[in-house]
Design a binder for this molecule. Structure first.
Ligand code: ADP
Length: 465
């Protein structure tokens, strides 16, 4: 109410202006090439004359498309911050009012203020709330929204090409926007902001770590690996929660462990939003546990980073992250033995399915990894790595393809038996991992190796092929 009083006293205080926006591009991480497009928008402000002189049209509206939390709002602020212009913002859901005419007059007021304080960025969050195709909503609510949308179109046209007020809107649904909104001169430029990849997540974590006191040896790669599928908002939260963790223990530095724990908590939040039947959780857990248990027996594959059955965007099942001997892996030089070990690991889910569910109840959960094993076995034979066929050119003759396949099959079968043997030797370990996975969904490196220490019976297997 303090704000309202002040506004009553001073009519000139703009309602939608956000004061002191000093966000810069360096505050937004993991953008890659998108940054160039945004730098261009800054230039529309800073070098507007140059564009106009050369007859280049400055867009009136830019659409930032992408899922919630990837940093669209932050980016819009950074554009204003970099250009040194005023920043006006409103959420489109605030336009949508029950009373006819209120939405439209808010739009008018917003643009009036932006114009009086130009140059400025107008940011409209969740544009789809008001920008859905007209006529789709029936009744008076629909009419009101249409009036608001019409006013928005009029306002956008008022600044077309002049570069004094540029509107940036965010949406996760560019596909449902009213076609009139995306016509040339209006929101005719779309920039897609995807979820960050591994490198992006590392960069985002580091940006937020800047403001905290972090231990020198924080393993950002480990934290980024654990947070596959997460967006900037979640990663920012992880750093916050980790710092709170540190304070609670009266320590002075945030450690990798603080971050990993915070990541698990953030993950749990995501998990609670996804439902699976207990049977399915268990089956996925057996599948992942089997790969981890077999892999940990092999020297090039034993560096398990984490085991998870947490559902992630774009990946239905869980996964095991194994770190291979980085030198050889980067050079693309896998040894004969590590290739065989890899095949064995890929066959572990199939072997586990047979052991835990019996051959009459096999599922297809292992189909993809079994495919990997088959193709790796062919590579193995084709490369002249099998004892039977040393010659690199043995299979260049078409009529020997059957021989290649039968040798690959022999290797697959041998590796399969090996996988089964390892799993059978480690039934207690498997059960322990499966139980903990079903309960916690995620095992960190520490969790996993703790169980291996308690229950594992590791036996280095000599090469048998
Ligand atoms: P959106 O508008 O896409 O929903 P926001 O811009 O509101 O996402 O992001 C919320 C917060 O998450 C930001 O204020 C920032 O702290 C953090 N964040 C999101 N994306 C990034 C990023 N790419 N780099 C740094 N921080 C980010």
């Amino acid at each position: 109410s303090g704000a309202r009083v002040r506004r009553a006293q001073n009519k000139r205080l703009p309602e939608y202006l956000e004061r002191g926006v000093d966000v810069k591009f360096t505050d937004v991480a993991g953008l890659g090439k998108i940054r160039l497009e945004l730098e261009e928008i800054v230039k529309f402000f800073t070098h507007g004359d140059m564009y106009r002189r050369r007859g280049v049209k400055i867009p009136g509206g830019i659409l930032l498309c992408g899922p919630p939390g990837v940093g669209k709002t932050l980016l819009a602020k950074a554009v204003a911050g970099e250009a040194g212009v005023n920043f006006f913002s409103i959420s489109a859901s605030q336009f949508v009012e029950i009373y006819v005419g209120v939405g439209a007059s808010r739009v008018r007021a917003l643009y009036q203020e932006a114009k009086e304080n130009a140059p400025s960025v107008v940011f409209i969050d969740e544009l789809d709330a008001v920008g859905r195709e007209r006529g789709l909503i029936k009744g008076s609510g629909g009419q009101e929204r249409d009036a608001t949308l019409n006013q928005l179109l009029v306002s956008l046209d008022g600044f077309e090409g002049r570069g004094e007020v540029i509107t940036i809107a965010s949406t996760n649904r560019p596909d449902i926007l009213d076609p009139a909104l995306v016509r040339p001169g209006r929101f005719d430029r779309k920039i897609f902001i995807p979820k960050p990849g591994l490198i992006g997540r590392i960069e985002i974590l580091k940006v937020h770590a800047r403001k905290k006191s972090m231990a020198e040896d924080v393993d950002y790669i480990a934290v980024a690996s654990m947070t596959d599928g997460m967006v900037g908002a979640e990663l920012a939260n992880i750093v916050e929660v980790a710092a709170i963790n540190m304070m609670r223990d009266s320590r002075t530095e945030v450690t990798t462990d603080d971050l990993l724990q915070a990541a698990q908590m953030e993950e749990r939040g995501m998990l609670d939003r996804k439902e699976r039947s207990p049977d399915i959780w268990k089956q996925v857990a057996i599948n992942e546990a089997a790969m981890a248990v077999v892999a940990v027996n092999f020297s090039d594959l034993k560096n398990i980073e984490f085991v998870t059955i947490a559902p992630r965007a774009g990946r239905e099942l869980g996964y095991v992250r194994v770190k291979m001997d980085p030198v050889r892996f980067n050079e693309g030089m896998l040894t004969r033995q590590s290739l065989l070990d890899h095949i064995t690991v890929q066959l572990a889910p199939r072997a586990a399915d047979e052991i835990w569910f019996g051959s009459d109840q096999l599922s297809t959960i292992w189909a993809e990894t079994a495919d990997n094993a088959r193709s790796a076995a062919r590579t193995f034979v084709l490369g002249g790595l099998s004892e039977k066929y040393h010659g690199i050119s043995d299979f260049w003759v078409a009529d020997r393809i059957n021989e290649l396949d039968s040798e690959a099959m022999r290797i697959v079968n041998t590796c399969y038996e090996r996988a089964k043997e390892i799993l059978q030797q480690n039934r207690t370990l498997m059960d322990a991992i499966v139980n903990e996975l079903v309960e916690k969904k995620n095992l960190t490196k520490q969790d996993f190796f703790h169980l291996v220490e308690l229950h594992g019976s590791l036996k280095p297997m000599p090469p048998t092929i």
